[in-house]
Write a protein that binds this ligand. Structure first.
Ligand SMILES: Nc1ncnc2c1ncn2[C@@H]1O[C@H](COP(=O)(O)OP(=O)(O)OP(=O)(O)O)[C@@H](O)[C@H]1O
Ligand SMILES: [Mg+2]
Length: 169
């Protein structure tokens, strides 16, 4: 199932877990939840609710703030991309979300039907810029993030260490 590539492949890797040698592939039998979110504007809200519920069930509430923010940004971008990547008049394929925890990391992985990759963020948005903050936030909150192509579309993923300390009150 879609997950984050192993850490050694580096932050700029565009290689998916399926193309890694079997010996270095992430353990796929860890905890995992898959959701089909649909293409609509309710997708980010549904995704946030799913992350909250899942992290509560897995005893990982300390990661919820960052994970919810990251998920929100990735799903909002995926919804926008799915509209862009679909011919006019056709129904966009639904965005999907996979939340998994393997190898000491929480992985948030979002699929959309647009094969075009997200840009790598190199600098923050200007003070007065209204758009272009989402990936900057993802970059800042993730330990690693990236993307890899699917059979159709692509996966954009973010990894957070499970050991990340709870923020000071
Ligand atoms: N999943 C994606 N597929 C294709 N392009 C993407 C994807 N995610 C981001 N992008 C591209 O990267 C740009 C920057 O994304 P980013 O989330 O930083 O800003 P934004 O979505 O334009 O604005 P906002 O600050 O509201 O998030 C997008 O405008 C889009 O062109
Ligand atoms: Mg965005």
């Amino acid at each position: 199932m879609p997950t984050c590539p192993a850490a050694h492949t580096g932050p700029d890797s565009h290689t998916g877990p399926d193309s890694l040698p079997t010996s270095t592939r992430p353990e796929l039998r860890g905890q995992e939840r898959n959701l089909v979110l649909g293409p609509g504007i309710t997708a980010p809200r549904r995704a946030r609710a799913a992350v909250t519920e899942t992290l509560t069930a897995w005893g990982m509430r300390h990661l919820a703030d960052d994970a919810i923010q990251i998920t929100s940004e990735l799903v909002a971008n995926a919804v926008a991309a799915s509209t862009k990547g679909t011919p006019e008049g056709a129904e966009p394929a639904p965005v999907t979300l996979t939340i998994s925890s393997t190898h000491g990391e929480l992985c948030i992985c979002v699929w959309d039907p647009d094969p075009a990759p997200p840009p790598r963020t190199r600098q923050g948005p200007g003070t007065w810029t209204e758009r272009g903050r989402g990936l900057f936030i993802v970059e800042k909150l993730s330990a690693r993030w990236g993307w890899y192509p699917g059979q159709a579309g692509k996966y954009v993923w973010s990894a957070l260490p499970l050991s990340r300390p709870s923020p000071a009150a």
